[in-house]
Design a protein around this ligand. Structure first.
Ligand code: PHE
Length: 343
């Protein structure tokens, strides 16, 4: 019978087919399994098959369809496996992976963290506070009267349409925050960013960093402060470092001083940074003014204290030989990644 012969013919074609690439496989699929495949019409032939052979014919036809499906699936799997292999053939799987780029600490953070460690070792606790402050904490509480030049619009960034809200001009505002919420003994350091409306140049910027220190207790003396600052200088700048305290003025301390550390003038960098004097000015300090204590409801008859504010940028510049303060705020990765070796 012709229909039987046709089945036989297609079966041997399927068995003999070896589609070796995607295209050949697709041709095979269309021919035997597609919507208009060659097997389909053979089902229509059923009516011309004698009744006693209909069952046999049906089985042969189903067998044919199955053979086509099996062949297709087997070849498809084999082909996928071989393309994967080809893809990896020229690849050296034992090669180490491409290194993941590691970030690095900003030089300001490195210096700040070192300073924090130094003060934490002698019992100071970190206090962090807001950068947007009000007039009272930044100035009034700190004994800076309304007509003081430090309040001048030239120096302070006020918030738009506000005469009371400002970007803190120093971390001394944290002193007021802490003294109004904690009882003595108080021993804190407050690291953070501060802002001043200054012309940006190689030496000064409108944003910079400070670490404030505040110690309030019974019988705290100027000598205590000097010894603490000497300890700090020797930890930070080397065990033989000399310091000098120059009389100065701050509204919130009395007496007030500025502290310099001796770096010498041996290298061009120290010469430049110390303006040829060998002394680097690193902080302002003094005994907390009784008015400040009063403003914060601490009895100046019972308690005394000292405070200091360290500028971070100059030390960072000295430490890493950075000649222009603006580099610290440009966030140029070519600059920043130079500090990746430093932890
Ligand atoms: N706030 C002062 C400044 O920004 C520094 C300072 C802090 C001085 C604490 C004395 C005491 O210059």
């Amino acid at each position: 019978m012709e229909a039987f012969n046709k089945i036989q013919e297609l079966l041997s074609e399927i068995n003999g087919a070896e589609p070796t690439d995607k295209e050949q496989l697709e041709t095979f699929r269309i021919r035997f399994l597609g919507t208009k495949n060659i097997i389909k019409p053979l089902f229509g032939e059923m009516k011309s098959v004698p009744n006693d052979r209909k069952k046999e014919y049906g089985q042969a036809l189903n067998g044919l369809k199955q053979a086509a499906e099996e062949k297709f699936n087997a070849r498809k799997e084999a082909l996928e496996a071989s393309t994967d292999e080809a893809a990896y053939k020229d690849m050296d799987l034992s090669l180490p992976a491409a290194p993941i780029q590691q970030g690095s600490r900003h030089p300001i953070s490195i210096v700040m963290n070192r300073m924090i460690d130094i003060f934490e070792k002698i019992g100071f606790v970190v206090a962090e506070e807001r950068e947007i402050e009000d007039d009272w904490h930044n100035f009034t509480a700190m004994n800076t009267p309304a007509d003081h030049p430090a309040r001048d619009m030239q120096d302070t960034f006020y918030l738009k349409d506000s005469t009371t809200n400002l970007l803190r001009t120093h971390t001394s505002s944290v002193q007021a925050r802490v003294m109004t919420t904690q009882k003595p003994p108080i021993r804190i350091i407050a690291p953070g960013r501060v802002y001043r409306n200054e012309t940006i140049s190689a030496r000064s910027h409108c944003q910079f960093h400070q670490i404030e220190g505040l110690y309030i207790d019974k019988d705290v003396s100027f000598a205590d402060m000097k010894q603490t600052l000497l300890y700090f200088a020797r930890e930070m700048y080397g065990p033989d470092t000399d310091i000098r305290l120059r009389p100065s003025y701050f509204p919130f301390t009395e007496p007030s001083a500025e502290m310099d550390v001796w770096l010498g003038t041996d290298t061009p960098a120290t010469k430049k940074l110390t303006k040829g004097t060998g002394w680097l000015e690193v902080l302002g300090c003094g005994m907390v003014d009784p008015n400040v204590l009063k403003n914060c409801d601490i009895d100046p008859e019972e308690y005394t204290g000292y405070a200091f504010g360290i500028g971070i940028e100059r030390t960072a510049m000295q430490n890493f030989n950075i000649s222009d303060i603006r580099l610290l705020f440009e966030n140029d990765v070519r600059f920043l990644k130079q500090f990746s070796a430093v932890i």
